[in-house]
Design a binder for this molecule. Structure first.
Ligand SMILES: Nc1ncnc2c1ncn2[C@@H]1O[C@H](COP(=O)(O)OP(=O)(O)OP(=O)(O)O)[C@@H](O)[C@H]1O
Ligand SMILES: [Mg+2]
Length: 387
């Protein structure tokens, strides 16, 4: 896109808002355009736009001028339906995905970035992404990354909170949510998205509930290109095809492969350096872990590193791995066999999994014992008492 076209997206939306007498939309996109111009080096134009905003709004303090912050609220309780995520205060480690997963993410990002151009050619589709997979696999983390990459604000709506016991209120909530998104340049993150799908499958009050879900789908359809929607769910099997089809992009985030686990361990452990051989063991031991589980083990090691004088060792990592809780519905297939207190049985389980990887030297290192002791532990019928 050439330089002059880069701001057309915002310009069209401002004009669209003005023609519909939608002051919020005009103001939000003007503030957004000012930020974009400033980033582009045009401080003068940015300043002029901001001044216009300032002069035409007397209810807001100058420091607040930017996006209108009035968040939609629940029709009954008046609690906010969505929450703004402060991306600037987050210092996160990079997200780690497989090559295929990056393929989907990068395509989604490039479409979102060049929407105006695609729209002009009539080939823009919906910019919505459905991310699904077990807990702790990076769905929320990825959404923050997407918002950061696009330079957009991130608003999170938890759909279970949106569903009111009064169905009439639920419809109002859905409308309020989408009205807000239509006026605000943002990534709208619909978390716990299966809550809406569950509604549809519920056999009680079916007609009424169906109507609510359909209104949700219609709202999603008519949102238009100005907002980017990301929905996340742990229960993709609950989504019916009508909902599923609404999303132009879909991405499965499953438990990380060995290759990704290796990258996670070395990244999350930094500056602790366990060496390649130890990492290999950790990668194998964490088979069936989510990224979040690996991060949890690493955090505990980091805390140890900071609060004690000694640098953590592999045996410390192994102990944490052993006693980390097993999540509901999550099968840490291999580790569950290792959770017992009987270190002889543990040593033998490891050995029978992979004799080469779990050599006597490796076992000694993992269990914090001598090589000779490790050897004794692996003997059939070895005594139960520790060392
Ligand atoms: N692929 C990944 N790359 C980097 N970090 C990851 C990855 N997966 C998980 N993590 C780490 O685990 C943390 C928790 O993940 P996140 O909250 O995104 O999971 P989720 O899939 O949204 O889980 P839930 O379904 O419970 O909401 C993240 O903040 C991140 O630090
Ligand atoms: Mg999440």
């Amino acid at each position: 896109m050439n330089k002059d076209n880069r701001f057309m997206n915002e310009l069209f939306r401002i004009v669209n808002g003005a023609l519909r007498l939608d002051v919020d939309k005009v103001r939000n996109y003007t503030a957004f355009l000012a930020d974009k111009l400033e980033k582009d080096g045009d401080k003068v134009a940015a300043g002029r736009l901001r001044k216009m905003l300032e002069e035409t709004d007397h209810q807001l303090r100058p420091a607040d001028i930017g996006f209108a912050r009035a968040l939609p609220v629940d029709a009954e309780s008046r609690f906010a339906l969505i929450e703004r995520v402060n991306l600037k205060s987050l210092h996160e480690r990079p997200i780690l995905l497989s090559e295929d997963q990056w393929g989907v993410v990068n395509e989604f990002l490039s479409i979102a970035k060049s929407y105006a151009q695609l729209d002009a050619e009539g080939v823009a589709g919906s910019i919505s992404l459905l991310v699904y997979g077990p807990p702790g696999t990076g769905k929320s983390r990825l959404t923050r990354f997407i918002a950061q990459e696009l330079g957009l604000e991130l608003y999170v709506a938890r759909l279970d909170g949106l569903i009111s016991s009064f169905l009439g209120s639920t419809s109002k909530n859905i409308r309020a949510l989408f009205d807000f998104a239509a006026k605000t340049p943002c990534v709208l993150f619909l978390d716990e998205f299966d809550a809406i799908a569950k509604l549809r499958g519920d056999s009680q009050e079916l007609g009424e509930l169906k109507r609510v879900v359909n209104s949700f789908i219609q709202n999603l359809d008519s949102l238009g290109p100005q907002s980017i929607v990301v929905a996340a769910t742990n229960h993709e099997e609950l989504l019916d095809s009508a909902v599923w089809r609404r999303f132009g992009y879909r991405l499965e985030l499953g438990f990380p492969t060995a290759d990704l686990r290796a990258q996670m361990w070395s990244q999350f452990l930094r500056p602790i350096d366990f060496g390649e051989r130890d990492l290999e063991l950790l990668v194998d031991l964490s088979d069936g872990f989510s990224g979040s589980d690996i991060q949890e083990v690493c955090w505990r090691l980091q805390r140890r590193r900071i609060t004690t004088e000694e640098p953590p060792e592999l045996k410390d990592a192994f102990r944490i791995l052993q006693n980390i809780g097993i999540g509901e519905g999550q099968e840490r297939r291999f580790l569950s066999a290792l959770r017992g207190k009987d270190t002889n049985a543990v040593a033998r389980a490891l050995r029978s999994r992979n004799e080469k990887l779990y050599s006597h030297a490796a076992l000694a290192h993992l269990l914090g014992v001598s090589k000779a002791t490790a050897y004794r532990k692996t003997l059939k019928g070895a005594k139960q008492n520790g060392r």
